[in-house]
Design a protein around this ligand. Sequence first.
Ligand SMILES: [Zn+2]
Length: 425
Amino acid sequence: MFGANVWRRVLGVDRSTVIEDVDFDEESETVVVHVRPRRSAKRRCGRCGVRAPGYDQGQGRRNWRALDLGTLRCFLQADSPRVNCPTHGPTVAQVPWARHGAGHTRDFDDTVAWLVTHTPKSTVSELMRIAWRSVGAIIERVVADGRAAHDPFDGLTRIGLDEISYKRGHRYFTICVDHASGRLVWAAVGRDKKTLNGFFDLLGPERCAQVRLVSADAAEWIADVVAERCPGATVCIDAFHVVAWATEALDDVRREVWNEARKAGMTQHARAIKGSRYALWRNPEDLTRRQEAKLAWIAQVNTKLYRAYLMKEQLRIAIRTKGVLALTMLDAWLAWAQRCRIPAFVELGKKIKKNLAGIEAAMLHNLSNALIESTKTKLRVLHRMAFGFRQPEHLIALALLDRGGYCPPLPGRGHSSAPALATLG
Ligand SMILES: [Zn+2]
């Protein structure tokens, strides 16, 4: 039969676990391995790992599900006494083969976590012989472990903040991504100042002070909290939003011109203007022949509306141009807006001036919303997968596992006990 050394390798435990005996239960087709922690790993608090005096026998002997041995189920069985931790009080003692509070071994947890990010949920359940609803708790443990080993908040200087809806738009998460690494670093239930303040509390004042740039979806509550908590940060305003403002201003002008024509009894003319909406909206390179003709007609019959159109286009081109040239173009545009005598665009000019620091920061540092958008798309897919989890925290853990780089490698593939952050797929 195998010696203890081979059993340790089979079970994926190190020398701090002593193998006492191996039983095979023929009826349930189960291998039960009797184990105990070696003396040096004994009497440690399950939560902090500090050595502590014994307290009581706790729940007595208990089982931890291990990876199957071929086709057989396998359990590790051991005493689970409690220690009296100076910080945490009476706590179940740490065991080297499993995470605190787990009913599965570390390798079992890691295998489930790896599978969750690589295969459909039905495969995970069937292959591992585990109910899907217990997967959420496993992922949460794995991610908590990974975050304890790699502080996700270290060195954050360029971040993106946004809200994302789930449960068909009835509930919300607030999320934070790191523009440097592309990772999701934080997510929490809620979309209000209190939720976001919770994030900055975790960061602490020193790391808050290091945040330089924040991309945010122009939601005012986010900007307010950032201004208060990260005084050194500029909130970047994505080009997409600025172009949307200009399109709104252009639509105001079109409606005004249409109303004027209607009131003057120019019914035919008014109708033609009303129908010009899409020609004015679209980027010139995407126009159809008809829309091009419409635009040419506007240029002839209504110089005010055509000027508004040109201003929208000029702004769009300036915003799309990156770097210092873009800033020069934007400056020229602002001067044009100031003297254009079209109220909607005079207002737009003022709005842009007021938000200039954020717009320029987004243009210079190329901090677009693309990362946030791709993260949100991925989270929607994960949300469907998390159906059946009992707590929103488990969905958050799944998101961090996949988008935060906390997916562990498969056990026994030559990695050390503290693996590096996984690369994002
Ligand atoms: Zn403790």
